[in-house]
Design a protein around this ligand. Structure first.
Ligand code: SF4
Length: 338
């Protein structure tokens, strides 16, 4: 049974277009509390919300199973008093992305790949987000503003993969997304276009026929990397949307973040891998948390992460065990921990 108490919210969670869902999303702590029947917020929680506002769509909230703050889905969107504490190794820009900016809206951290910050908007505000302090206002907002960046990619034939990230690139309306993708697809040395997105999970209605057409008709290989941290996020409607993406011919991968109180147990990680496979998604990465200010309460010790991966190996086939990785500022590639 859904935790959503209000009938209107329940009906809305399963209806409307994806843009309706963006409009109906809960955008503040009070709204989240009322929607889920939770206790009053304290002063520190309000301060955490002021640092990084709440944004949580109804289809995701409807999958929360308990009003206990330990629910793994609730924990990812609920501003915690602990966000106001940041140990010394945590910072606003933990991966040094501001130093990796090559051109307006474009980062290059690794050889052969560039990342476009396609938008600052997301369909959820994950409390552990490593870009929660990112200066999105400096990224291009229109095709005209993207032109100089696209020209740079076209002039550099060492770039064979373009990653559309953000924010979440699927918050762009289909028309804008289609123009951006087709401009990238016209660059002959680009072999792959990769999307980093949580939208098919947060709002499964986002997988529209137009989006599927963009994925199916491009010359470049299309790769969709979703971001799911817990099996409870992947209900039947998400499975249907992921299956449609798989049918478009795009490769589907998942990246998760190892989060204390969300998935730092053998059962949670095993269930996640198995559920991903049943949704036709390969478990790809399990990330060590990026030490961003406000997220320290999610950090899991690397030793525990290594132990969990060893246990996963003993009970799942190799292809179902994600690579446990850590991104370190300035390194030429991700560090594989296990
Ligand atoms: S969807 Fe991705 S970019 Fe957006 S808040 Fe969550 S982790 Fe950050």
């Amino acid at each position: 049974m859904s935790i959503l108490a209000n009938k209107t919210d329940l009906v809305r969670a399963g209806s409307g277009t994806w843009q309706d869902q963006m409009k109906w999303a809960i955008r503040d702590l009070r709204g989240l509390r009322d929607t889920l029947g939770l206790a009053n917020e304290g002063e520190l929680q309000l301060a955490a919300e002021a640092e990084f506002p709440v944004f949580a769509p109804l289809p995701y909230l409807a999958r929360i199973k308990s009003s206990d703050l330990g629910d793994p889905l609730l924990r990812q969107v609920w501003p915690s008093e602990s966000e106001m504490e940041s140990p010394g190794h945590f910072s606003k820009d933990p991966l040094g992305e501001l130093d990796a900016t090559l051109s307006s809206g474009m980062l290059q951290k690794y050889q052969g790949r560039v990342l476009l910050v396609a938008t600052g908007a997301c369909a959820v505000h994950c409390r552990y987000c490593f870009r929660r302090h990112f200066p999105y206002e400096q990224s291009p907002k229109s095709m005209a503003q993207w032109e100089p960046t696209l020209a740079k990619i076209a002039a550099d034939d060492s770039v064979d993969e373009v990653i559309l990230s953000g924010g979440d690139p699927l918050t762009l309306v289909d028309r804008s997304l289609k123009s951006l993708v087709s401009k990238i697809d016209e660059i002959v040395h680009v072999k792959r276009i990769r999307f980093h997105t949580r939208l098919p999970i947060m709002i499964p209605q986002r997988v529209t026929d137009t989006l599927l057409g963009v994925l199916a008709n491009a010359r470049s290989q299309m790769i969709v990397v979703i971001h799911s941290n817990h099996a409870n996020e992947l209900d039947w409607s998400v499975e249907q949307s992921l299956s449609r993406i798989a049918n478009s011919g795009a490769m589907l991968l998942n990246q998760a973040v190892l989060l204390r109180g969300v998935n730092n147990s053998l059962t949670a990680l095993k269930d996640l891998s198995e559920r991903l496979l049943s949704c036709r998604v390969m478990p790809y990465y399990l990330h060590q948390l990026d030490p961003v200010n406000g997220a320290a309460h999610f950090e899991v010790d690397v030793q525990q992460g290594l132990q969990l991966i060893a246990e996963l190996r003993s009970c799942l086939p190799g292809y179902a065990v994600p690579r446990y990785v850590q991104e370190l500022r300035g390194e030429p590639n991700k560090t594989v921990l296990a």
